[in-house]
Ligand binder design. Structure first.
Ligand code: MN
Length: 312
């Protein structure tokens, strides 16, 4: 099975949602590297776009928290526009972050596209697979860091900062029963309680070590494909163990290893129900000998080029 769609690589140069902002330069660095050659070599047609923020963190200092909100509004507006344009061409958007706050832009755009093209016109059936060390489900009331990259999942589920929840429309973008987190091992109790009360499925690292990543991922995909007709995949590189992915903003020990993730995600980009993918939080400043950059490239290659790891 090969990719039937063109890939739109959309780089979102944005670090304002994090305490460490160096992820703003990740897309440009990735696009300067070997990725395009590797995709071309595999016969994959890809287009590239880089979305610039209003301001670069390397040039200006703005403290973490509400003062960065206008910058986030600007980025998610531009990003949503690009993602929707890609979907309208029936291409597959692959968003490269940036910190994880940009997920509000990506998945709100996918949701709106579904809402407009769905015959039921409710669009409430978007599924999302969220691979991450953290829950990203804080609200401005519960966050200890004030950083928006700790809040995107809550916003998509309808909680937290109103202007983020209502990005593109007042509708709640994501339903808890269609939301699956994998690789989680670091959280605050308030966000854990929010997701638990809502009934979101969370596969912690403990669950994964008991059962294997492939088994958990496969179970989530089977559920998502039976419950929704369209879904997405977002990968925070901090889900990987810091030993193999040191170049992330918020490393957490005892994470996933490339072999187990690649085995499960191999060829995932060829699935027909897949609407979009997103890979975030690469921090070049913290990388060591290009390790994390290579992992990022290999991950894209694995998703788009390798043979599917499992069928439906
Ligand atoms: Mn995250």
């Amino acid at each position: 099975m090969t990719l039937k769609r063109e890939i739109d690589l959309i780089g979102a140069c944005f670090g304002w949602g994090a305490q460490r902002r160096e992820s703003e330069s990740a897309p440009e660095l990735l696009f300067e590297g070997r990725l395009e050659d590797r995709l071309n070599h595999a016969g994959i047609c890809s287009n590239r776009e880089v979305i610039q923020p209003l301001l670069r963190a390397k040039d200006t200092f703005i403290p973490v928290g509400p003062k960065t909100l206008p910058l986030l509004h600007d980025m998610i507006s531009k990003l949503s526009k690009s993602v929707r344009a890609s979907l309208e061409k029936n291409n597959l958007p692959l968003v490269i972050g940036g910190d994880h706050s940009i997920a509000i832009g990506t998945w709100s755009a996918v949701y709106e596209n579904l809402r407009q093209t769905s015959s039921k016109n409710n669009g409430g059936d978007m599924g999302l697979l969220w691979i991450d060390a953290h829950l990203d489900a804080h609200t401005p009331e519960t966050t200890p860091s004030k950083a928006y990259h700790g809040m995107p999942l809550a916003a998509l589920l309808g909680y937290g900062e109103k202007s983020l929840v209502e990005h593109l429309s007042k509708n709640v973008k994501l339903q808890p029963e269609n939301t699956f987190l994998l690789g989680v091992r670091s959280w605050e109790i308030e966000e854990y309680d929010l997701l638990k009360d809502l009934g979101v499925t969370v596969y912690t690292m403990e669950n994964i070590r008991q059962r294997s990543f492939k088994s958990c991922f496969r179970e989530a995909v089977i559920k998502i494909e039976s419950q929704t007709k369209s879904y997405g995949l977002t990968i925070d590189l901090d889900a990987f163990d810091p030993g193999v992915a040191p170049g992330v903003g918020s490393p957490a020990q005892n994470g996933l290893y490339p072999e187990e993730v690649f085995e499960a995600l191999s060829g995932f980009g060829t699935r027909s129900g897949l609407m979009a993918m997103e890979i975030v939080e690469y921090n070049p400043e913290r990388d060591r000998e290009g390790k994390t950059m290579r992992l990022l490239e290999d991950l894209v290659h694995c998703l788009l080029v390798e043979k599917p790891g499992f069928k439906k």
